[in-house]
Design a protein around this ligand. Sequence first.
Ligand code: ATP
Ligand code: MG
Length: 295
Amino acid sequence: MADGALLIEGVTAGYGGGDVLHEVAFTVPQGAITCVVGPNGAGKSTLLAVISGLLRPRAGHVLFRGERLTGRSPREILKAGVVQVPQNHSLFTEMTVTENIELGGYTLGRSLTAKRRAAVEAIFPDVANWGKKKAGSLSGGQQRLVEFARCLMLDPALIVLDEPSMGLAPMTLRTVFDAVRRMNEAGKTVLLVEQNARAGLKMAGYGVVMENGRVRLTGTGAEVLEHPEIGALYLGGAPRLDQEASAVPEASAVPEADAVPEADAVPEEGTVPEVGTVPPADVGGGPGIVPRAGS
Ligand SMILES: Nc1ncnc2c1ncn2[C@@H]1O[C@H](COP(=O)(O)OP(=O)(O)OP(=O)(O)O)[C@@H](O)[C@H]1O
Ligand SMILES: [Mg+2]
């Protein structure tokens, strides 16, 4: 892999009841999009909490551009240029879009806020047009873009996104993925956790597969996509007969290949898929399907 913007080294962490992450290690190369995929409960959000300083690892550490993030407060980590957009929608729905975005820069002075807003609106011109609307009046996908715009106000070097497409209608996925790509093209390194694994890996330069709190595989996005076992297990590919038994904790827990819709079939703009057909997750088949370590 290329130079690491973010190095995750031997991270073991949990919530008191035991470890959720076990010696997690991988590199997030500078300037690229890295996509983490894995079943529900694999520990993806837990890893992001470690990166953001919300959860202190029991062992291991995270380095960003050679500086140690582990042990620093979330605020210090923000200042170091690492900004996370959380998994749950987080806008103030009664406030306008502009107010929400300016909140992202509340620590900045007036002139810097204006300068940053202009830069953000150059990346997301649509968001500028929605400025006076209440955030709550926007669609789910539009709200996602406003959340991205808000995080850009801090001019982060690394943007960490936890399942940005979660809960969105299929026709909106493309908008959100395009927005991620645009932030990357604007020079941001992106670390993305994505349930729409195929679409996420297709867009990403690098892929990481997590399972039961461990890294199963790392490689380029294409390498992960084309990996035969991984494809069968997580991406809705056809299961292989020679698949190792050890690759699956419980063979019966693997979703049927045809039960999982193709994630790379992100609909073209303008095609209107039926509302309510959004799969809850493209990886692992649903909450609790994959047994967790120690459970
Ligand atoms: N705040 C918490 N306190 C205790 N246990 C937690 C907490 N958050 C997550 N866990 C547990 O840690 C494990 C990993 O959860 P995590 O949310 O990191 O998985 P995930 O890969 O992000 O899953 P999903 O795809 O559903 O978002 C699960 O067993 C979960 O129940
Ligand atoms: Mg999660």
